[in-house]
Ligand binder design. Structure first.
Ligand code: F0G
Length: 435
């Protein structure tokens, strides 16, 4: 019996290679295609035979779960479980991830002359970044498979999330970080949650290389986004966003690009909604990289995305300091399917965009601000039109990287000064007199 026809509880799944298309039931611990060693994606063959009305019923079910105290309904990931691999409730590792705000920008909407510009603030997740949705899904699979150790390489946010979710699950975590290149807030989180933090004298790409060896030689479950279950959790942002927009499709969604898992997950989420008939078309999904860490931009520009051009990455937006992104092929697919653009922004443009968001009361990390910087370019080139609704995905919380702020221009930090009323009032009068 098709489980979807009677009771939309279960979605059986398979793994399909994104390159050669080979379908397999299970994966090895590196989550690579057994034929060509490319990345895998989760597919749900059952959906093709689901009864008409199945998808419409989902909308109601998801809506009903809102406000439910049950952990699997309170989660912004597992609330959408009909479109996720089936898992036993006892294995679910969740902290009400997702459920993040969608906030309209006012000043930027006016300056860019757009009808509607919104930010989906994924920095409001339990550990302050979008990673939590993906880690909840993937660590749940690890628990179901009986692992007691998990591991990742990270520019910081993945490590914070892995450490926290492992602690919740009663598992042990290993994180490999590029020594001296991780923002202080993120490192503090990994330590607080009890991860074994190994700082390696290399960059993120070097850490990924060593992680392969760790997974081969140590019984730890890999939680980087080349694990296809990560993307299953992260794709739910598309579902949640559509609910928040009352199923009115935005024209354009913009994400920062690092290892390119997030752009891939977002594209997958929207494609699945379209295939199920819940939306009629796809929004354009655009990916923004820092100029100093632009392997996808270069690959799209120089060979149409046929081959990855690796770069030696350098940017102060350390979250996206990645030169050899694992999910580049998936991301190219998203750009092609949705007609989105791939753009790069300078360090200056990122800093300015971050300050502009801050001036609207929206704090985020530098990598997230790349989306606004990118949007400015996309409106200038006509890729985003003056009639279009745009959503920027802000990926991380401002407090992750406070050191970045110390070098930001235009801040009003005065003193130290004498603690007397006259001094303070004189200073305030000078500020008040400014134009
Ligand atoms: N924004 C933030 C705040 C991130 O932490 C990351 C990635 C990205 C954007 C890029 O997302 O890799 O899916 O393209 N951080 C990873 C980490 C690499 O280890 O925390 P992506």
């Amino acid at each position: 019996m098709n489980p979807l026809s009677a009771n939309p509880q279960v979605a059986t799944h398979q793994l399909r290679c994104v390159h050669c298309g080979k379908v397999q039931e299970t994966a090895d611990r590196m989550f690579r295609c057994s034929e060509c060693a490319e990345l895998l994606e989760v597919i749900y063959p059952e959906w093709a035979t689901a009864q008409p009305g199945f998808a419409l019923r989902l909308k109601e079910i998801w809506q009903e779960r809102r406000g439910s105290p049950l952990a699997e309904n309170a989660s912004g990931v597992w609330r959408f479980r009909e479109l996720l691999p089936p898992v036993d409730r006892q294995h679910m590792v969740t902290m009400s991830e997702g459920n993040t705000p969608l906030v309209p920008l006012k000043k930027a909407t006016r300056t860019l002359r757009l009808p509607q510009l919104l930010v989906k603030h994924q920095g409001m997740n339990p550990t302050g970044s979008f990673k939590d949705t993906g880690i909840s899904a993937a660590i749940t699979m690890a628990k179901a498979e009986g692992f007691s150790w998990v591991c990742c390489a990270s520019t910081g946010n993945t490590s914070a999330s892995v450490a926290a979710y492992a602690a919740r699950a009663g598992m042990k975590s290993i994180v490999l970080l590029p020594a001296g290149q991780v923002a202080g807030g993120k490192l503090a989180q990994a330590l607080e949650y009890g991860a074994h933090v190994l700082q390696l004298r290399t960059d993120f790409d070097g850490c990924m290389k060593i992680l392969h060896e760790v997974v081969r030689r140590f019984p730890a479950y890999l939680l980087n986004s080349l694990n296809p279950y990560r993307l299953e959790g992260q794709k739910t942002v598309a579902f949640e966003l559509m609910e928040q927009l009352e199923w009115k499709l935005p024209d354009h969604v913009i994400v920062p690009g690092g290892n390119l898992g997030n752009a891939s997950a977002l594209g997958k989420g929207f494609s699945e909604l379209r295939d199920l008939g819940l939306i009629k078309s796809l929004p354009k999904i655009s990916i923004i990289q820092a100029t100093g860490a632009n392997p996808l931009v270069r690959s799209m520009r120089e060979n149409g995305g046929e081959k990855l051009i690796r770069v030696n990455a350098e940017t102060r937006a350390t979250a996206i300091r990645i030169g050899n992104p694992a999910s580049w092929r998936k991301a190219v697919g998203v750009l092609r399917n949705t007609g989105g653009a791939c753009e790069e922004v300078s360090e200056k443009e990122i800093a300015l965009a971050k300050a502009e968001l801050g001036a609207e009361g929206i704090g985020c990390e530098p990598a997230s601000a790349a989306t606004l910087a990118g949007l400015k370019k996309l409106t200038a080139t006509g890729c985003v039109k003056a009639t279009e609704t745009v959503v920027l995905v802000l990926t991380g919380h401002m407090l992750k990287d406070v050191d970045y702020m110390k070098q930001a221009p235009g801040q009003s930090l005065l003193g130290p000064m004498e603690p007397d009323g006259d001094t303070v009032i004189r200073t305030l009068e000078q500020i008040y007199a400014r134009p």
